[in-house]
Structure formats: C-alpha cells, structure tokens
Design a protein around this ligand. Structure first.
Ligand code: MLT
Length: 247
C-alpha cells in the first residue's frame, strides 16, 4: 500500500498517476469552486489550462448553457461570465450549465491528473465525501496519489494541509506503518498533525489566503473552510468533471 503526495504538478509525470486513484486539491480556490458549482446544480465542468483554449471550447459547444469561468491573478478573466469564486456559483447562475473553466493553478492540476482513475476533486467543503471515495479507491488499488495544485508552481500550505488531512482519513486505523509514504506525504501528515482539524487556522495562515484577502476575496477564504457543507464527489474523466455520488 502506498500514498504519494505531490505538492505541485511540477515533476509529476503522467506515468506517476496512470491508472491510479488520484485526489486533486486546490483549496484556494479551484476545487472549492468546482464543488460549489455542483452543489448549485452545474451540469459539468470542463477544466482547461489556457484562456484562449477555454474560449475555443466554449464556442465549439454551440449551446446556450455554456459559461466561461476563470481567473488570472485572482480576478475574473475579461469577457468571462464568472471568476473563480465559490460564492459566485449560485443556482441562478450555474444551475444546469456547462462551465468551461481555467484557473492559474487548479485547472492545470486537474488536467495533469488525466491518466488517473478515478480522479477525485477534493476540498474542505466536501472533505468527508471525497475522503470516503478516496478510501474506497485506496482499499481497492492499494495506492493513492494526492496532487496539490500549489501556487505559481510552488508549495502552498493550504493544499499541503488538505493533503495531510486526506492522507490521515484514508490510512486505516493502526496501519500507518504498513503504508509506504513518499517524503511529501510524510511532510503533509506532519502539517496536518500540527493544525489538527483546524481548517480555518491552516488555510488562513497561507500566502494565498493573505493575497485573496488583500484583493477583496476574504469571504472566499472563509467559504473555503466551511467543512463538509457539500455531500458530493466530483470526478474528472475524459476531460470533464461530473458528479457521480449524490449521497
Ligand atoms: C488557481 O487555480 O490558481 C486558484 O484557484 C487561484 C485563485 O484563487 O483564484
């Protein structure tokens, strides 16, 4: 049994995730926003890396129920319907819609996990549901990759803490010694131990939280720590995120 954590998609190859269960986290904010979109009834989310690619895909879909969603430097991309704020994901705006989404770190992390199976979208807001799904996949495959989006190709505290919390939740009680952990997984577990179950404290301590607060998105940081407010598990497959489990 093994658990590997990657603090960013850098250095992770498709071979590292191929046919393995992968859990992707970008607590501030992309995976939190994806969870919020499904909680408000979005039909699906198409994560893409570049803004021009998002525009091309949205145009090729040729129907009215498509929304362009995304940010650069935290702000909504000019010409896009919505930014990357979980609070924008209201039933009125996203219910029944296909969201073509591009963010600086989060959507590239999701697409980097393409070869995984299943690819689970995790956040604090769906922590229990995503951890249950990851535990099930781990029990079956005896391995799990936890991929953090990180921040601008660097380590991000809020994602590392989340990775540690998910790793804790997945490792069967009393069996930590029988699970092989890479160094990043060991570090993530230490960070999770340091903050315990205090999501707010861990997330608010991060540089991303400080930057979001600085540019006026402090409430998104709060929204990102509403633990278990959403009982759903978005899964990424064939370039599309959908919700499989409404439990
Ligand atoms: C990202 O995907 O880069 C982040 O979610 C950035 C943000 O906070 O909007």
């Amino acid at each position: 049994m093994n658990i590997s954590v990657y603090f960013t998609p850098l250095g992770m190859t498709p071979g590292d995730v191929a046919h393995r269960p992968v859990l992707v986290v970008d607590i501030l904010r992309a995976t939190t926003t994806i969870v919020a979109a499904f909680a408000s009834g979005a039909r699906d989310v198409l994560p893409v890396g570049a803004a021009d690619e998002a525009i091309r895909i949205a145009q090729s879909l040729k129907h009215d129920d498509v929304l362009l969603v995304g940010e650069r430097r935290g702000e909504r991309i000019s010409g896009f319907a919505l930014g990357n704020s979980p609070r924008e994901m209201t039933p009125e705006l996203v219910g029944g819609k296909t969201l073509v989404m591009t963010t600086t770190n989060g959507t590239p992390a999701v697409t980097a996990a393409e070869a995984g199976s299943p690819v689970i979208i995790g956040a604090a807001t769906n922590f229990q549901a995503a951890a249950d799904r990851a535990r099930e996949a781990f029990a079956e495959a005896e391995e799990l990759v936890i991929l953090c989006a990180g921040r601008e190709r660097r380590f991000a505290l809020e994602d590392a803490y989340a990775a540690g919390r998910f790793a804790q939740a997945v490792i069967p009680t009393g069996q930590r010694r029988s699970v092989q952990l890479n160094d990043a997984a060991i570090a993530a577990l230490e960070i999770a131990k340091r903050y315990g179950d205090r999501w707010k404290r861990a997330v608010q301590a991060s540089a991303a939280a400080k930057e979001l607060s600085r540019i006026g998105f402090e409430e998104d940081v709060v929204a990102a720590t509403e633990v278990d407010c959403c009982d759903l598990v978005p899964l990424y497959s064939e370039r599309r995120v959908t919700v499989s489990d409404h439990r």
